[in-house]
Design a protein around this ligand. Structure first.
Ligand code: GLA
Length: 647
């Protein structure tokens, strides 16, 4: 992923342009979204080699030389690309690399270049393309510097047979132009070649025309199709003047994640009738990305099924719309009304059966029971899981393992459950010697567990640990409380690199965020809705929506939803029901949230929310209660997942 100057600037390239664009890639957030290479195209060099036959940068356009530009780009955490041609001249008539492959490759390496686009103009020398492109591959290799090798010979000379063994990417068509027909033509040549693309070698339908004058629908389609075809995403617009809308297309991280998916499969066109195409791309986590593309001039309904897209059989599927940022469920049909020249792009996952594990502190020890997420039915009763009597519990899970953290006698302990075997690891006290702890919350970012406690002093203290090894730091660190030092309850959720923490202090609800990249906390701010007398709080994430639940002053369940990314919440709390509630936990899967509460009579009640329709089930009592409980935590783990078939 990156940017190339050619589409917009042709020969008007310069040091200033490259440096300014580099700055904008960083400041616009595109670098953070994955854009990495800043590529100089044709016309960067002086018309003559020097006396020793070395290439030189054009002294007017690049007065500091290419090495200085590379240093600038590297200092910003990006990489530099350059251009040459496998012939006597570049397309614009400057000195080509034919016969100078080793010498030029050594120059590129000496300048710390990271990427070479190798073109094919003026190929009139009677030397076969394969031989000319292989010569530069070998010359680049001989430098010892890792340089991405991008071959630009327009899909000609049988490049689809020798390209994968020669370069990292190869053009599959003639130059893309600022014209919808040209985008379509490059798409159509590229989409029929999925079998030759994969990690290390990619079909290249040419650079992006996004943000240069196509319509918004066309820009989204262009970007989606390129991502679905696992194509290099090389922006070609003037980024310094990109509109917010253009940046929202180029920066759509969910679409980028499809492009960059580690499985590295190019999407396959599984249907194409009357200008209506369906493409399916299997993803590393078992999901499948489905693009419904309407290339016609009229609106059209496009339909396929989860089975045809290669998903395993399942009772239901979750369809995440990657442009509308909404999620819905389907029993198997994948269908949408698609505007002319538009796409609808879904990330589809099979809603595999899931198990909920409830763990509760009470009656002398920890108790647990499992249930089925889909039906909300939970075995016969609690079984003894051992350990001390916990007054506060939290958990965070991934795959088959759930890590539990609890407060007993005011101190903090942790242990793990292998949900496949049902085996508990045994409790261990966490380092840091916390005492008098009031509540605990945990959220996972990658393999780092972020623990938060409401300490003896009512402040929030934190500690991080390694999810895989279960090892924690030696100490708790206090987060500046700015007067909010009466915390009685905490909960947290994580997504991306952000942890959002919600707490109850003085009976009111506050939130603050941790940027795990910088380690900076935002400081507490009170949530809207003016809740008072709050007893406990829980949070679950569904897509990009935070579902907050509280036990209000009336000991009933109240909820509020917020936008995870913006951190914005609804202005009011909504009362769901229940009575005599004391402690709360929640867990989400697909589009459902399950909420459980311990009551003041030490039993358990629960209710379920269908986030698609916004409806809550009636408040129910969990049967089989023969122990008196203080607190509980719920976690959901997916049962064994079927492998998707290849479409
Ligand atoms: C060819 C390539 C373009 C661009 C120009 C530069 O046309 O296909 O992408 O590099 O040369 O002259």
């Amino acid at each position: 992923m990156g940017w190339n100057d050619w589409n917009t600037f042709n020969c008007e390239v310069s040091e200033d342009l490259i440096e300014e664009t580099t700055d904008v890639i960083v400041s616009s957030g595109l670098k953070a979204a994955g854009y990495e290479y800043v590529n100089i195209d044709d016309c960067w060099m002086a018309p003559q080699r020097d006396a020793a036959g070395n290439l030189r940068a054009d002294p007017v356009k690049f007065p500091g030389g290419i090495k200085a530009i590379a240093d600038y780009v590297h200092a910003k955490g990006l990489k530099l690309g350059i251009y040459q041609s496998a012939s006597t001249h570049t397309c614009k008539g400057l000195p080509g690399s034919l016969g100078f492959e080793s010498q030029d490759a050594r120059s590129f390496a000496a300048w710390d270049v990271d990427f070479l686009k190798y073109d094919n103009c003026w190929h009139t020398q009677g030397v076969a393309a394969r031989q000319r492109f292989t010569a530069m591959r070998d010359a680049l290799r001989a430098t010892g510097r890792p340089i991405v090798y991008s071959m630009s010979n327009y899909g000609l000379d049988g490049v689809t047979s020798w390209g994968p063994s020669t370069g990292h990417m190869w053009r599959t068509e003639h130059d893309i132009l600022l014209d919808w027909k040209s985008v379509l033509s490059n798409y159509r040549s590229n989409v029929v070649l999925p079998s030759i693309a994969g990690p290390g070698g990619w079909n290249d339908p040419d650079m992006l025309q996004v943000g240069r004058g196509l319509t918004y629908e066309q820009d989204k389609s262009h970007f989606s199709l390129w991502a679905q075809m696992a194509a290099p995403l090389m922006a070609g617009n003037d980024l310094r003047e990109a509109s917010a809308q253009t940046l929202s297309v180029l920066g759509n991280r969910k679409v980028i994640a499809v492009d960059q998916d580690p499985l590295g499969r190019q999407g396959v066109r599984i249907a194409s009738t009357g200008g209506l195409d369906v493409l399916a791309k299997p993803l590393a986590d078992g999901d499948v990305s489905v693009v419904l593309f309407n290339s016609t001039d009229s609106p059209a309904r496009i339909s396929t099924t989860a089975a045809r897209a290669g998903l395993p059989a399942a009772a239901s599927y979750v369809l995440e719309d990657l442009w509308a940022d909404t999620t819905r469920t389907s029993s198997g049909t994948i269908s949408a009304d698609v505007p002319p020249h538009g796409v609808v792009m879904y990330r589809v996952s099979a809603a595999v059966p899931s198990t909920v594990t409830l763990a509760a502190g009470g009656s002398g020890t920890l108790w647990s029971r499992t249930g089925t997420f889909a039906t909300g039915s939970y075995g016969d009763g609690w079984s003894r899981a051992g350990g001390p009597e916990f007054t506060r519990l939290t958990s965070t899970g991934t795959g088959r393992t759930v890590r539990y953290y609890g407060v007993a006698g005011g101190r903090v302990f942790g242990q793990d459950l292998d949900t496949t075997t049902g085996a508990w690891s045994g409790w261990q006290e966490l380092p840091g010697n916390a005492t008098g702890v009031r509540d605990i919350a945990a959220a996972r970012v990658g393999n780092v567990v972020h623990l938060q406690i409401a300490g003896w002093d009512g402040s929030m203290w934190t500690q991080t640990g390694d999810y895989d090894t279960g090892r924690f730091n030696e100490n708790w660190t206090m987060v500046e409380s700015a007067g909010r030092s009466d915390l009685t309850a905490l909960t947290s959720v994580a997504s991306g690199t952000l942890v959002r923490v919600y707490g109850v202090a003085y009976g009111r609800v506050y939130g603050q965020d941790l940027d795990t990249l910088t380690g900076a906390w935002s400081g507490w701010h009170e949530l809207p809705g003016g809740a008072t007398g709050v007893k406990d709080i829980a949070a679950s994430l569904v897509g990009t929506t935070v579902h907050l639940q509280i036990i209000g002053g009336d000991r009933a369940l109240w909820t509020q939803i917020g936008d995870y990314n913006a951190g914005r919440f609804d202005p009011a709390w909504t009362r769901v029901g229940g009575s005599g509630l004391d402690r709360l936990t929640s867990t989400a899967q697909g589009t459902s949230v399950h909420v459980y509460a311990v009551t003041t009579t030490r039993g358990v009640g629960h209710a379920r929310l269908d986030t698609g329709t916004g409806t809550w089930s009636a408040w129910q009592t969990l049967t089989g209660e023969d122990v008196a409980l203080f607190d509980l935590t719920a976690s959901t783990t997916a049962d064994e997942r079927a492998t998707p078939s290849v479409p």
